[in-house]
Design a protein around this ligand. Structure first.
Ligand SMILES: *Cc1c(COP(=O)(O)O)cnc(C)c1O
Length: 301
């Protein structure tokens, strides 16, 4: 399964003599879209090989990873347990589109308060969970581990060798690590973190040997899942011009960042740029509920 590359036609690209393609990983599946499919693939194989019947993982209320894990569990016949940040959701989770869908796909929830949630990689907490829940295959928050990175190494294909620059959103850094590993030495990989995080560079270094990459820290819009009117307007405008939908947490910030760098002449004329669309569109409905409350414009779907 491979995302197709779609060329973006915009006057600014023509003016600056640049080529931009979007790798439509968002189209590979409606629920396990984009990078979350890549990140789960080898983990599910490992769970099956280890004869585990339950996947347990962690996530926030709008998490693409929770949505993907729930669906993958249903598809591959595995029980799924989602440890969800926020005790208050016990009352209201049915109103949350991501969680409602995950439940429909069979996921069981354990709602925990924020301080317990912070223990999510603490060995003694995980051991206590094993006692409580019975045996499970652990998928870390966001799905990032060595097997996830192996899966993300399959995002790029041989035909992508001709691009000079490859750009991707960054959350935990697993996806970009896979892209870096699969890139050519003469390609430049640029990651656009969608959150404030000085730890990211070090985390990525743990998984890659190459040095042909950098992070651009200027397009997180205030932090994880933070949005502004400017970002929403961009997402709607970009969709109108190119027919490519993007999400407000990751890929909208990525495309905003790339086109802003284009305006600033960051790329030399003739540069061929590939932007990886990592998916995330399932989160738009939930974000629109938040935007409505804040009286901000909605994302057009
Ligand atoms: C999770 C996610 C990312 C970030 O992936 P990491 O491997 O955590 O860096 C980017 N885009 C989308 C749409 C995601 O859901």
């Amino acid at each position: 399964m491979q995302g197709i590359n779609q060329e973006v036609h915009l006057p600014i690209l023509k003016e600056k003599q640049l080529t931009l393609f979007v790798k439509r990983e968002d189209l590979i599946h409606p629920f396990i879209s984009g990078n979350k499919y890549r990140k789960l693939k080898y983990n599910i194989l490992a769970a099956q090989e280890q004869n585990q019947h339950t996947l347990l993982t962690f996530g926030g209320a709008f998490s693409n990873h929770i949505a993907a894990t729930a669906y993958a569990g249903k598809k591959y016949g595995l029980r799924t347990i989602g440890v969800i940040r926020g005790e208050e959701l016990i009352e209201s989770w049915r109103l949350n589109p991501t969680l409602a869908k995950a439940h429909e796909h069979g996921m069981e929830f354990r709602f925990v308060n924020r301080s317990l949630y912070k223990q999510r990689s603490n060995i003694s907490y995980l051991e206590a969970l094993q006692v409580e829940e019975g045996p499970f295959y652990l998928v870390p928050e966001g799905g990032t581990n060595a097997l996830a990175i192996k899966g993300c190494e399959e995002i790029l294909s041989r035909e992508d060798k001709d691009f000079n620059v490859i750009c991707s959103s960054v959350g935990t850094g697993g996806t970009i690590a896979g892209i870096i590993n699969a890139s050519q030495e003469n390609q430049q990989v640029i990651g656009f973190p969608s959150l404030k995080g000085d730890f990211l560079k070090k985390d990525i270094c743990n998984f890659v040997a190459k040095e042909n990459w950098e992070l651009n820290l200027n397009y997180h819009f205030g932090g994880y899942a933070k949005v502004s009117k400017e970002l929403i307007d961009f997402i709607n405008h970009f969709k109108e011009m190119t027919n490519i939908p993007t999400d407000p947490v990751y890929t909208g910030k990525l495309l905003y960042g790339i086109l802003d760098l284009v305006k600033q002449d960051y790329f030399a004329p003739g540069t061929k740029i590939l932007a990886v669309h990592t998916g995330g569109l399932q989160g738009v409905e939930g974000m629109n509920l938040v935007l409505k409350k804040k009286n901000l414009p909605l994302i057009k779907v």
